[in-house]
Design a protein around this ligand. Structure first.
Ligand SMILES: [Zn+2]
Length: 76
């Protein structure tokens, strides 16, 4: 197995990691139900997009937001 010839310096290591930062997801609110949704996506809670019904809203998780359903799925 190949092994690095030289130890990576702290400067070089940190320069590599300078591109590793995460950016926050941009969120917008649904004009129909005021729920937080992804921009350019149909609202997951009411199914509206561009002022009309685009998809069936999620039957489960009514009255809960998307973060709650994610938490319950991760528990099981
Ligand atoms: Zn909505």
């Amino acid at each position: 197995m190949p092994v690095p010839k030289y130890r990576t310096s702290a400067s070089r290591r940190d320069q590599r990691r300078s591109h590793h930062a995460l950016t926050a997801k941009s969120l917008s609110t649904c004009p129909n139900c005021k729920e937080v949704r992804m921009p350019h996506h149909a609202c997951p809670s009411c199914g509206h997009y561009k002022g009309q019904q685009a998809i069936e809203p999620r039957s489960f998780g009514v009255g809960t937001n998307a973060a709650d359903s994610i938490e319950t799925s991760s528990e099981s």
